[in-house]
Design a protein around this ligand. Structure first.
Ligand code: AHR
Length: 306
């Protein structure tokens, strides 16, 4: 998966400092805030100018944000695409304007834009593997029949698509695991709580919740407790992200298993851009290694969780 740097991509000269854009998708959870902080702190440390935008959860605004960065003639754009399809257009606009793009954490639709041609590379977690790890943990740890509610991330986003696929592929041949319902909770705590509250009425026999991120899991825990259930005991709870609050809940026994999704992108993002400017070969994907947390490892993990 190694692509030639020069092929089809805009060139970037070696400079002492760069003016770069970071188009964030939203800032409604600790994961996004940690990612933004990492990008800002590393830019400051390097003495680079950072043009930061927050799309506030709107793909259309994020496309406009990228267009504005193009108009401001940034040297390069770091983009965390909210949804796979609409943001492919923004990637193409930047390329047409001669500005290299590096995708951070989320991907764009691969039939619409490609690494090495339209954007330099994707840096982030392997979302399919994250979902698979949750499925594998469930297979090994549930007792009797598992009746699962899946709280999906934002519709049309790569982590929602891939975390679902990874999980469902991992459990599909296990007849002792049944997915009762899967519904969009938009990666948000209160939406997760509301969706869980509604789904609990239709499926009071649920005994497993798989949330595509910590925030929705924490919302689901509130709904479970309001319904008189004991999360972590009556109902197994699993999530992805590994923020401090969720890792603490693992240590407290209310969440059973969390796969980390590392939000600290700054150092790797800018180092990759420097390598690109220096003409080094950049792989099409740069995958962040992720830890996981269970009852045994959560306490120790708290010290370094974001
Ligand atoms: O793209 C990564 C996901 O987006 C994180 O799991 C989630 O918390 C964030 O909003």
């Amino acid at each position: 998966t190694v692509v030639a740097v020069a092929q089809g991509l805009p060139k970037l000269g070696v400079k002492k400092t760069y003016k770069v854009g970071f188009a964030q998708t939203e800032s409604n959870n600790p994961w996004r805030i940690a990612q933004t902080k990492s990008m800002q702190e590393e830019a400051k440390r390097l003495g680079w100018q950072l043009v930061y935008t927050d799309a506030g959860g709107s793909a259309a605004k994020q496309v406009a944000d990228v267009n504005s960065m193009i108009a401001q003639k940034v040297d390069a754009i770091f983009l965390a695409p909210r949804e796979e399809k609409p943001l492919a257009a923004a990637v193409k606009n930047a390329r047409a304007a001669g500005i290299p793009v590096i995708l951070l954490d989320r991907n764009v639709d691969q039939s619409l834009a490609k690494a090495g041609t339209d954007y330099v590379t994707f840096i982030g977690s392997d979302f399919i593997q994250e979902g698979q790890r949750v499925g594998t943990w469930l297979k090994a740890n549930h007792k009797g029949q598992a009746r699962v509610i899946q709280l999906l991330g934002t519709t049309g986003s790569s982590p929602a698509n891939d975390r679902r696929k990874g999980f469902e592929d991992a459990v599909k041949s296990d007849t002792s695991i049944k997915i009762l319902a899967s519904q969009d909770g938009d990666f948000a705590r209160d939406k997760g709580r509301q969706v869980m509250q509604t789904l609990l009425q239709a499926h009071p026999d649920v005994n497993v919740v798989y949330a595509h991120n910590d925030e929705m899991a924490i919302g689901a825990i509130a709904a479970l407790e309001a319904a008189g259930k004991k999360p972590g005991k009556d109902v197994l709870v699993m999530s992805i992200d590994g923020g401090k609050e969720a890792v603490q809940l693992v240590a407290n026994g209310k969440i059973n298993y969390v796969v980390e999704c590392n939000p600290r992108f700054g150092p790797k993002a800018y180092a990759t851009l420097k390598d690109y400017a220096a003409g080094k070969k950049i792989p099409a994907k740069i995958i962040n290694p992720d830890r996981d947390y269970d009852a045994k490892t959560a306490k120790a993990g708290l010290a370094t969780a974001y």
